[in-house]
Design a protein around this ligand. Structure first.
Ligand SMILES: *[C@@H]1O[C@H](CO)[C@@H](O)[C@H](O)[C@H]1NC(C)=O
Ligand SMILES: *[C@@H]1O[C@H](CO)[C@@H](O)[C@H](O)[C@H]1NC(C)=O
Ligand SMILES: *[C@@H]1O[C@H](CO)[C@@H](O)[C@H](O)[C@H]1NC(C)=O
Ligand SMILES: *[C@@H]1O[C@H](CO)[C@@H](O)[C@H](O)[C@H]1NC(C)=O
Ligand SMILES: *[C@@H]1O[C@H](CO)[C@@H](O)[C@H](O)[C@H]1NC(C)=O
Ligand SMILES: *[C@@H]1O[C@H](CO)[C@@H](O)[C@H](O)[C@H]1NC(C)=O
Length: 561
């Protein structure tokens, strides 16, 4: 066993500790050397030439490019900042495109900048021309260096990882191409931990416990676990990747994040949270958050697939208005299932229940109008209920041609009669270890079960077929791993597609009157009664409402002064 492991390039624990000590000692000696040279410079009788001192000066801390990942339509650049550095703004940085010849360098404004972990920023740049690589230039004159080994494609790639509280690591991988909803044989895989995967001497391997879809769960090696527990502020000190039997190690940018490793408190702070994934839906979020807050949702996790609309401002506004909502960049291609698993794990520490819905879906509660009442009603602990399923009904354009200014709940009032798939609210503590989920449904671990909400108690209004201007965006964006793109001529009869639409984004003549079988104003009436402002006749999510509020606030302040 030991021999086999050595051949795989694995060091034993004692070798590792020896190595650590050697590194530690040599760094002490190195520091001592530098200090002695500085010291000697200040002792007059040595008269060392100035150049010696200069030559020994360590390079000042710098911003460095840690990784770059090329997505189908843009490039992600991960920047590391030294401790005391302020993060740059969009105006400080330029994307620079480098070619092999010495042609003049093309530059471009970044699409967006995101500060993520403590010393890390992600810059999104437009795609480079074919054959060129992209780097960054700071304040128009310093171009950052890129190591060849830090340039990756989005597939294959290990792109995220989390330490779980049961001493395992969850690894998110693109490029395994495993079947949906099935377990794969874990012994074919190994997790690999290290700083540089091209140096097999300094890698640790560990056994895989489960493999399914795009998620691998493995044992966290004890030394790494110990570091993770003591160095929470240095989150992401080591990378993790995976290796399939007899193949090369997957490229990886994943430095495991730490989700609360502590045992959860007896009662979590929030009864109900929501995870969602979106792209360029900023104009719909306010209505969706404000409404769901009123019916009992307490916390929102937004997974953002590279939006370039105003989403950060909208989220900042909602936060300042007191909604507990956080934003996470989820840039990866067709990874909705993995993103939901990631979100469920993050939410688990603070949420008893988590709902997985899209921003065009609205819970329509018929009795007592509080989602938490529905949960309490159905979550019979003796029956081990850990998933509550709500049927969805698809609304059509309802005769409209333009985006309804009062919001989707007021605007769309005609729907199809038959229910479509349902959506789930789950107990994150009861999820199956594999984190398998398909179309918003997780597998539960035994002995937990799912229940269906009775007809008439609750439904989801899914504003699926909105006015054409909004709807046509769906053509360009299919997010689930196991779903074909609409523009491709495969699977044309699939349930995922829209009845009566081809593979081209061209508006049918009768679009605004389609998908209309049942007039349904139940949610509209409730919203009208509970949200419309008596004075302004506006809804709180309408743009004019904010201005009005500010005006009212100013008047109040003046009154006080
Ligand atoms: C970059 O430009 C600034 C001012 O424009 C200058 O002070 C600085 O020395 C320049 N740095 C380099 C490396 O050229
Ligand atoms: C480094 O980059 C060059 C192209 O710029 C490429 O041909 C080469 O394979 C790369 N080397 C490695 C080790 O990735
Ligand atoms: C995780 O490892 C620690 C020691 O590092 C141990 O005390 C603890 O019981 C382990 N937890 C589980 C769930 O195995
Ligand atoms: C939001 O929720 C998280 C738990 O998910 C909590 O730690 C945090 O303090 C909350 N923030 C606010 C502003 O309430
Ligand atoms: C993100 O958007 C891109 C481009 O529309 C798409 O290819 C990708 O599948 C999306 N990913 C997720 C997880 O939504
Ligand atoms: C988790 O799901 C797998 C595959 O669906 C199943 O074989 C296993 O029994 C489940 N685990 C538990 C604890 O129920």
């Amino acid at each position: 066993m030991k021999d086999r492991r050595k051949k795989n390039g694995v060091v034993s624990w004692s070798t590792f500790f020896l190595f650590t000590i050697v590194v530690f000692l040599s760094s002490i000696i190195f520091t001592a050397l530098i200090f002695s040279s500085i010291y000697s410079f200040y002792i007059p009788h040595f008269h060392l030439p100035k150049t010696v001192f200069k030559w020994r000066t360590p390079t000042p801390p710098q911003i460095t490019i840690r990784e770059t990942v090329t997505l189908p339509d843009q490039v992600l650049i991960f920047l590391n900042y030294p401790l005391s550095f302020y993060h740059h703004t969009k105006n400080d940085l330029q994307c620079v495109y480098l070619s092999d010849d010495l042609a003049p360098q093309l530059t471009h404004e970044p699409i967006q900048l995101h500060s993520v972990r403590l010393h890390e920023q992600i810059v999104r740049c437009p795609m480079p021309p074919r054959g060129e690589t992209v780097s960054l230039r700071i304040k128009s004159n310093i171009t950052l260096q890129i190591k060849n080994s830090s340039i990756h494609n989005w597939d294959p790639l290990v792109y995220e990882a989390l330490f779980d509280r049961d001493n395992t690591t969850i690894v998110f991988v693109k490029g395994l191409n495993l079947r949906p909803e099935k377990l794969s044989e874990p012994s074919r895989f190994q997790c690999v931990y290290g700083w540089d995967f091209t140096k097999p001497k300094f890698l640790f391997k560990s056994d895989v416990l489960s493999t399914a879809q795009e998620i691998i769960r493995c044992k966290t090696p004890p030394s790494i676990l110990a570091q993770a527990q003591t160095h929470t502020q240095h989150e992401g000190f080591i990378k993790v990747s995976i290796q399939v039997e007899g193949k090369k190690i997957f490229p990886s940018i994943a430095r495991p994040g730490i989700i609360s490793l502590l045992k959860p408190p007896n009662r979590k702070p929030y009864e109900l949270c929501i995870c969602t994934m979106l792209r360029n839906q900023a104009r719909f979020i306010k209505e969706w958050v404000m409404y769901h807050s009123k019916i009992g949702v307490e916390r929102w996790f937004i997974y953002d697939n590279n939006s370039d609309d105003d989403i950060e401002n909208v989220i900042a506004f909602l936060q300042s208005a007191g909604y507990n909502i956080t934003w996470h960049l989820w840039a990866w291609v067709k990874t909705q299932e993995a993103g939901f698993a990631h979100c469920a794990l993050r939410a688990r520490a603070s949420c008893e229940w988590v709902g997985f819905i899209d921003v065009d879906e609205f819970f329509n509660v018929k009795i007592k109008v509080d989602l938490r009442h529905v949960i309490w009603h159905y979550s019979n602990p003796e029956k081990k209920v850990a998933e509550i399923r709500t049927p969805c009904y698809s609304f059509g354009p309802s005769g409209l041609k333009d985006v309804p200014s009062e919001g989707v709940m007021m605007g769309y009032t005609c729907r199809l009669a038959g229910r479509e798939r349902h959506k789930s609210i789950v107990r994150p503590d009861a999820l199956n270890h594999t984190l398998i989920n398909v179309v918003h449904h997780f597998h539960l671990k035994a002995p937990f079960v799912a229940v269906d909400v009775e007809n008439g108690a609750m439904m989801i209004n899914h504003y699926k077929y909105q006015v054409w201007k909004v709807f046509k965006e769906k053509f360009y964006r299919r997010v689930a791993t196991y779903v074909a793109d609409w523009q491709k001529e495969e699977n044309v009869g699939s349930k995922d597609r829209v009845p009566g639409l081809g593979t081209k984004p061209i508006e049918p003549d009768d679009w605004s009157n389609r998908y209309c079988e049942v007039k349904d104003v139940s949610l509209r009436n409730w919203v009208l009664k509970n949200f419309k402002d008596k004075k302004t006749h506006l809804f709180p999510w309408q743009p004019g409402f904010e201005l009005h509020l500010k005006k009212r606030q100013r008047q109040k302040e003046k009154g006080i002064l």
